[in-house]
Design a protein around this ligand. Structure first.
Ligand code: E4P
Length: 214
């Protein structure tokens, strides 16, 4: 499973990129709005820094508007992936983008059937939202297992991005259940480093080093 970062904040993207683990970036309208900057300028900055897929979401609700927006976004850089909501109009847009060779990420996936439809329309990625399912008392991780199994049985190449990640256990489980990618907030990426035995081990090595006799 690969790591994307789920943010539009350039400092967070730079930090995660420096760790050497970053395969891509996902943004959404809420994340971009927090940054109070031009969406296009920020996408240019992100795509200059990160060579992998950078998801940029359309705002239009009709296919025609999504296609127009998505074409403009895709012109910003070759690694832009157009993010489209899981609706009939969204899938019409995905079909067109697929014919044009523009990569797509179908977002707001909450069922296996939605993922299958998106894949058949030609989506490059589908993004099931784990945390938001957990929030309403459904098991988001079970959805990852279902989609992974369906895609395997039917030889579907669309990649699964585990999204709406809230804590480190989501990462381990998404990886075990066959997600290709997890898009992770910066805070959770940093939580993955921590283990009390690692921290205690470093401390002990340093203490022993200070006591050395030559
Ligand atoms: C995915 O691409 C979305 O940007 C994101 O994971 C949504 O997460 P949230 O439910 O924490 O807003």
């Amino acid at each position: 499973m690969k790591f994307f970062i789920d943010t539009a904040n350039l400092d967070e993207i730079k930090e995660a990129h420096a760790l050497g683990v970053l395969a891509g970036v996902t943004t959404n309208p809420s994340l971009v709005a927090k940054e109070k900057i031009s969406f296009e300028d920020r996408l240019k900055e992100i795509t200059d820094l990160v060579p992998g897929s950078v998801s940029a979401e359309v705002i239009s609700l009709e296919a025609e508007g999504m296609i127009e927006e998505g074409k403009k976004l895709a012109e910003i850089a070759p690694n832009i992936t157009v993010k489209v909501p899981m609706t009939p109009d969204g899938l019409k847009a995905v079909k067109t983008f697929s014919e044009l060779g523009i990569k797509t990420n179908v977002t707001l996936i909450f069922s296996a059937n939605q993922a299958l439809l998106a894949a058949r329309a030609g989506a490059t990625y589908v993004s099931p939202f784990l945390g938001r399912l957990d929030d309403i008392g459904q098991d988001g991780l079970d959805l990852i297992s279902q989609i992974a199994e369906i895609f395997l049985v039917h030889n579907i190449e669309t990649e699964i991005i585990a999204a709406s990640i809230r804590h480190p256990l989501h990462i381990t489980e998404a990886a075990l259940r066959g997600a290709h990618i997890a898009t992770v907030p910066y805070k959770v990426i940093m939580q993955l480093f921590h283990h009390p035995l690692t921290e205690a081990g470093i401390q002990k090595f340093l203490e022993d080093w200070e006591k050395r006799t030559v």
